[in-house]
Structure formats: structure tokens, C-alpha cells
Design a protein around this ligand. Structure first.
Ligand SMILES: *Cc1c(COP(=O)(O)O)cnc(C)c1O
Length: 388
């Protein structure tokens, strides 16, 4: 993409130095023996797989996790080196053959999946590289005790077709202390299963259970690898996790840096007289003469309609409010009193401008989305640009 960012209704910037800082911070926290799998599902949490994956590789990442095979394909296409790709979620049976052929690592959470994977491995002449996902109490996907027994048998009988790369599980809400007891029980369950498997001749290369929150709140869950999503992008999974990390460390500043900024520019500026309504309907009445700036970004571009009369954006380094309803393609801001506002001026939805910053967190308060959701829903067609 060579066109200038300002020629799009809005655009996203990814900060290379922010990501480098975050990865360095994580490596230091986990230590050298723990591998980092960079979780890039949901288009790299809205950051854009095509741009984010090469950046992460440049920071030394050599393992990526996605949810589904279409994402694995997307990552593979943009890899510069030979990082591993792991599908932590859904694989359509018809995609197994391609996955095995291409060395994509697969979560196995159903007996049937394994039988099919073995058939594909026989056919392609390549081993299926699998991670056994254990059901430990989240009650989502994962092999239960009985299934695991059957799976173990199948693996022993087909060892020339299967390589057990990993053993894993997922915790049901490690970002909240209110789930403490449940997580502890999951950890115990996982360790029992791990021991039983090893006693029964299955020794996976990589034990991995932790997402971002668990990697901070329950360091014993790091094992050989951590699956890190939100932290690498510079966000804490929850305020609690942040406090847990900071507690007793004597540091006050957030060690993470936000990688993403989301920006646009002004398309029109005009005066509105006292007593006039702004935008559709009558949700905003000008109580005095005001000046408005119109921005070519609306809910179809990912700026939630629930931010109508609520959202804040940065213009000329100042925080200004969204007035009236957010439209499909436009939103309107009140720029009264800001000198010299004109067409083409930069608008920041997320990120910094001069001394001020709009955080994802502040959006979250107004729009009832968690930071994960807001990021993941940033539309795929917003162009992404890498900056230093
Ligand atoms: C999304 C996901 C992760 C990463 O979660 P973060 O909280 O973003 O670190 C890890 N493991 C699994 C199975 C996931 O689905």
C-alpha cells in the first residue's frame, strides 16, 4: 500500500518501538526458558495480521497462535522467517490435510479430529503436529478423562503419523481474582493429567497453559511456553492484573506501550447557531453558537454508535466531544474555541496527540465493550501503517 494514510476515512498506525519494548519487557519477566507464542487471532487483535506478524518476527517471535485455519493461512502468507503456527481452535475436517502438509500445529480437542488427522498424515506422508487440549474445568473445548484415554491409545498405535508437540489447557478467567478457586482447581487437574500422560508414555515437547493474565497472576502456569495476546499489544487484561503486577515492585509507570493508534482527518468545518440540532434527529441541541468539525468515520468504520454524544477525540492536541448521533460514515465533533481548525487536520480516536492521549480504556467505559472486543472489532479494511 503506497497511498498516503490521510486518503482513507481512517487509518491505523502500529508503533514498532512500542512492540519492541513490550516484547523485551515480557522476555525479561518470563525468563529465557519460557517461549512466547504471539497470539494473533482476530486479525492480531485488530492490529492487522499482515503488518503485525512481520513486526513481531523482527522482535524475535518464532511462534504464532491463531483461532482458525483461515487465520493460519493469513499468517503463513506474511511470515518472513520460519515461525511455527498453531491453531488453538476450530479446524474444519476438510482443512486437516492442508494443515498437515504445511506443518501447521493443531489443537486436538475431539477424538474424531485425531482419527482424521492420522488418515491425512498417512496420505500426505507427513506427521500431524498436535497439541492435546485438556478439559480442566472451563467446559469449553478440550479432551475429558475418558476421551484422553482413547486418544492416548490411538497415538500409541499411530506414532509414525503423530507428533505430540504440546499439552495445553485454558483458564476460565485468570484476569479476575474472583475466579481464583476455579483456576487453582484447573491447575491441579492439569498437573494430574500431565503426570498420568507421562506415566503412560506420552511426553509432549511443550507444556503451555497461560494466557496473558495467567502468565502474570499465576507464574507457575508458564511451563515451557506462554500464549500471549493482549499484553504484547500493550494492554493489561484487566486493571486487577495490572495491580497484581505492580504490587510490591516499587514501580509506578506502566511498563507497557500501546502499539496501536487510530486516526482520521477533518472533512468539513462549519458554524451552527444556538437552538439548532446537530446530526440526525434531536439528540443534540446547540445551547449556544458552536463550531463543528465533521470526520469521515462512522459505525461502519468501527466507531461505535453507542459513542454518540459520548465519545472524545483529539484535535489540535485537545480533547473534544462527539455531538449528535454517530452516522454510518461520519461523526461530528464540537470544536468551539479551538483556534484555526481546518479541513485536513489530524483527528485521533485512539492514541496520542501532543500531550494528550485517548486510551482504549476510555472508550470501553463509554461503549460497554471490553478492550479485547473493541480491538478485535476494528474493521479489517482500515489500512494499517507501521511507524517507528
Ligand atoms: C485468546 C487466547 C489466548 C490469549 O489471551 P490473552 O488474554 O489475550 O493473552 C491464549 N490462549 C487461548 C486458548 C486463547 O484463546
Amino acid at each position: 500500500m503506497t497511498a498516503h494514510p490521510m486518503r482513507y476515512p481512517s487509518y491505523i498506525e502500529l508503533s514498532k518501538s512500542a512492540l519492541e519494548g513490550n516484547i523485551q519487557f515480557l522476555k525479561k519477566m518470563y525468563g529465557e526458558t519460557v517461549r512466547i507464542s504471539s497470539v494473533v487471532k482476530a486479525n492480531a487483535y485488530g492490529h492487522g495480521i499482515s503488518e503485525f506478524v512481520p513486526l513481531a518476527e523482527a522482535c524475535g517471535i518464532d511462534h504464532f497462535s491463531v483461532f482458525s485455519m483461515d487465520e493460519a493461512l493469513h499468517v503463513k502468507k506474511f511470515l518472513k522467517n520460519h515461525a511455527d503456527i498453531m491453531v488453538m481452535g476450530w479446524t474444519h475436517p476438510d482443512d486437516l490435510e492442508w494443515a498437515i502438509e504445511n506443518g501447521i500445529e493443531l489443537y486436538i480437542y475431539e477424538y474424531e479430529m485425531l482419527t482424521r488427522a492420522i488418515l491425512c498424515a498417512e496420505k500426505t506422508g507427513k506427521k500431524a503436529i498436535i497439541h492435546l487440549e485438556i478439559e480442566t474445568g472451563m467446559n469449553r473445548t478440550g479432551l475429558t478423562g475418558e476421551e484422553l484415554k482413547a486418544v492416548r491409545k490411538l497415538i500409541r498405535l499411530n506414532s509414525e503419523f503423530v507428533h505430540v508437540r504440546g499439552l495445553c489447557t485454558h483458564f476460565a478467567g485468570a484476569e479476575s481474582i474472583s475466579n481464583f478457586v476455579r483456576i487453582q482447581s484447573q491447575i491441579r487437574h492439569f498437573n494430574r493429567t500431565r503426570k498420568w500422560l507421562s506415566k503412560n508414555g506420552i511426553m509432549p515437547d511443550l507444556i503451555h497453559t497461560a494466557c496473558s493474565a495467567a502468565s502474570v497472576a499465576y507464574p507457575q502456569t508458564r511451563y515451557d511456553m506462554v500464549r500471549v495476546g493482549i499484553l504484547q499489544y500493550g494492554f493489561w487484561p484487566s486493571p486487577e492484573t495490572f495491580i497484581q503486577f505492580m504490587h510490591g515492585k516499587g514501580v509506578k509507570d506502566d511498563p507497557l506501550n500501546r502499539v496501536i493508534s487510530w486516526k482520521s482527518n477533518i472533512m468539513s468545518v462549519k458554524d451552527v447557531n444556538e437552538g439548532e440540532f446537530v446530526s440526525y434527529g434531536n439528540t443534540y441541541l446547540a445551547k449556544s453558537d458552536i463550531k463543528i468539525a465533521v470526520i469521515p468515520t462512522g459505525y461502519s468504520h468501527g466507531y461505535s454508535r453507542s459513542l454518540s454524544n459520548q465519545g472524545r477525540v483529539l484535535i489540535h492536541g485537545q480533547r473534544v466531544g462527539v455531538v449528535g448521533l454517530v452516522n454510518m460514515n461520519m461523526l461530528i465533533t464540537d470544536v468551539t474555541g479551538i483556534h484555526g481548525v481546518k479541513i485536513g487536520d489530524e483527528v485521533v480516536f485512539i492514541g496520542r496527540q501532543n500531550e494528550n492521549e485517548i486510551t482504549v480504556g476510555s472508550f470501553v467505559e463509554f461503549s460497554d465493550q471490553m478492550n479485547y472486543e473493541l480491538l478485535a472489532r476494528l474493521p479489517q479494511n482500515i489500512p494499517r501503517f507501521v511507524v517507528d
